[in-house]
Design a protein around this ligand. Structure first.
Ligand code: ZN
Length: 324
């Protein structure tokens, strides 16, 4: 990793530059793209949201609109509003991570009131549909729906009207792992834009971060911002994989500890580290382990007790790696 700090006059910052790198084909396509609704599909942390924001930045840049160009200028008013995170023509919604009572949501979901106006004290005061129907200040307005695979039937139907009759100035981006993960009614109205792992560069240091292999540069970035947190997740995952072939109580203890770490920290990161450790030590176990981890998530959401979840997961992981 370079230890050079970010130059202050770079509105996009080094992170955006890193994440859009490798997606040149997608950017070139988006600069020419007609249509109003797009599904950005590909693995998490690969840069789908960053590219969507970059597209909005480029399309609304006053310099680009006046003179053309492949990159936003970084100096006009629109670029400055983007950099400050308060651009009037860009609305981003992501699954709510808190319940109405302020507790961590077990299964974050996009809610109807984030998309269309709803009454009620806890309703989103700035729903997506209202924002995108207002005439944009810089020519194009962007509605970006992260985690679009979490839309349930009711929320999807509420959103469908907007997809069917979008304002002429609108670009709507649904971000999801795959087209198949979206409700069919939504998927059929979107042009898919596929994100593949960009070619990675030479690994930094002697223990390359797995994200360099998978192309999940957002994972790399968040770990760079919180190396201690990343180390905790990695160590907990390594402990599970090391304990699986040994005595059962050791495997149980390590699995329980890993689930605790996962609950306290980024759940997706915890999964990524565990699966990466398994991929390294027991590659054949990977598919069964992935299914076991997913089922453990489902069980936790269904309020199955933590001990039962941990024991079931430990047993299934042991079976996956062929432990007696
Ligand atoms: Zn600009």
């Amino acid at each position: 990793m370079s230890d050079a700090g970010p130059p202050d006059d770079r509105p996009e910052g080094p992170d955006v530059a890193t994440e859009i790198e490798g997606h040149a084909d997608v950017l070139a396509y988006l600069r020419e793209a007609d249509g109003h609704a797009f599904a950005f599909v590909g693995p998490s942390r690969i840069g789908r949201r960053t590219v969507a924001l970059w597209w909005a930045r480029w399309a609304t840049c006053e310099t680009v609109r006046a003179q053309g160009g492949d990159t936003p200028c970084g100096r006009c008013e629109s670029c400055r509003l983007h950099a400050a995170g308060r651009h009037p023509d860009v609305a981003v919604k992501a699954p709510a991570t808190e319940t109405k009572r302020g507790r961590a949501a077990l299964a974050p979901m996009l809610r109807i009131d984030q998309l269309v106006p709803r009454d009620g004290p806890s309703a989103d005061p700035d729903p997506l549909a209202t924002r995108i129907r207002a005439r944009p200040r810089f020519g194009t307005s962007f509605a970006i729906l992260d985690g679009a695979e979490t839309l349930n039937e009711a929320a999807g139907n509420a959103f469908l009207k907007l997809l069917e009759e979008p304002p002429s100035w609108a670009k709507i981006v649904l971000i999801a792992p795959s087209v198949g993960a979206l409700l069919p009614t939504l998927a059929s109205r979107c042009t898919p834009v596929r994100f593949a792992a960009p070619p990675t560069h030479a690994a930094a240091g002697d223990a390359p971060h797995p994200a360099l292999r998978t192309g999940q540069l957002g994972w790399l970035r968040s770990d760079a911002a919180d190396p201690e947190g990343a180390a905790v997740l990695r160590d907990a995952a390594d402990a599970v994989v090391a304990a699986l072939p040994g005595p059962l109580d050791g495997a149980l203890t390590a699995t329980r500890a890993w689930l605790d770490v996962k609950r306290e920290r980024a759940p997706g990161d915890a999964d990524a580290w565990l699966l990466e450790a398994l991929r390294r030590d027991a590659p054949a176990a990977y598919p069964a382990a992935l299914a076991a981890v997913r089922d453990a998530d489902d069980a936790a959401r269904a309020y199955v007790g933590a001990d039962v979840v941990a024991a079931t997961l430990a047993l299934r992981l042991r079976a996956a790696v062929g432990a007696a």
